[in-house]
Design a protein around this ligand. Structure first.
Ligand SMILES: *[C@@H]1O[C@H](CO)[C@@H](O)[C@H](O)[C@H]1NC(C)=O
Ligand SMILES: *[C@@H]1O[C@H](CO)[C@@H](O)[C@H](O)[C@H]1NC(C)=O
Length: 259
């Protein structure tokens, strides 16, 4: 399915003006069959290819209003990343950037920009100093210079504020995997279950990953992750939720919907 015709003009304008410098030359790769797999805690799209395929990831999304589920403290991360669990050659390495949502039962939301790296076998989350609000148009970019040094960028296309943060990685990246996801797990505590916030629809546009200035891969043809959620007892007695999501995608857009 393709949604090019529904891209909102201001998205195109903002992304054309502000993003081109960091976007790779785009080649129209042949379309491959869609593979959809179930995942416990992520929904979105991921490419798992050869090492050295990715040093650049990009996407723009409008920050959605999220709601709490079952009266519980609810969480979701909207992230783009290089490597991580899908990279069989370096599953413990990750460089990610995105936005963490924490919605309280009274509806109060805390929205935080985050950098995710993986020092050991535990994800490490660092807060980035850029305020993010519902409705903001946020651009996420990762560029890794080499296996152990990368930059993450968050640009608020609504206010033109930006953060450029250098990340030093103790686990070397191999550039084998890249993706765009909504994640249930709070990256900081991968083994802890958090109630997934109702994230409505997260719509990524301008989505690409590959070698900066080189070949780009789009969500079309990537492995799609369908979140199947799970229910396990929470240490705090919060009710947990069983959730899933569905995905629509086009050449460079990816929609992830909470259902
Ligand atoms: C992004 O823009 C919105 C709208 O002006 C604003 O409310 C929000 O705080 C902004 N974030 C930054 C980084 O200024
Ligand atoms: C990786 O890139 C950074 C930034 O360009 C540079 O300072 C560093 O020396 C590089 N490291 C290696 C191992 O090449």
């Amino acid at each position: 399915m393709r949604f090019n015709s529904v891209l909102i003009p201001c998205f195109l304008f903002a992304s054309a003006v502000l993003a081109n410098a960091r976007r790779p030359q785009q080649f129209d790769l042949s379309e491959t069959p869609t593979v959809v797999i179930d995942d416990d805690h992520r929904a979105g799209a991921t490419w798992n290819l050869s090492p050295g395929t990715f040093n650049h990831v990009h996407a723009i999304f409008a920050v959605p209003a999220m709601t709490s589920v079952n009266g519980a403290q609810s969480f979701a991360d909207v992230m783009v990343f290089i490597d991580g669990a899908g990279a069989t050659n370096c599953p413990n390495a990750i460089l990610g950037v995105g936005v963490n949502f924490h919605v309280e039962p009274d509806g109060n939301s805390h929205i935080t920009a985050i950098l995710v790296t993986n020092p050991n076998d535990l994800y490490n989350t660092e807060t980035l100093d850029i305020p993010i609000s519902v409705g903001d148009l946020v651009q996420l970019t990762i560029v890794s210079s080499n296996a152990t040094t990368g930059h993450v960028f968050i640009d608020n296309l609504t206010t033109l504020r930006s953060v450029d943060k250098e990340a030093q990685l103790t686990e070397p990246l191999c550039g084998q995997s890249a993706g765009w996801v909504v994640s249930q797990a709070n990256a900081k505590f991968p083994r802890t279950f958090y109630t997934l916030a109702n994230f409505g629809t997260v719509m990524f546009t301008g989505v690409s990953a590959g070698i900066q200035g080189g070949i780009a891969h789009y969500p079309y043809g990537a492995t799609l992750l369908r979140m199947r959620g799970h229910t396990i007892p929470s240490p705090w007695g919060d009710s947990t939720s069983t959730t899933s999501s569905t995905i629509a995608f086009g050449d460079s857009s990816l929609w992830i919907t909470y259902i």
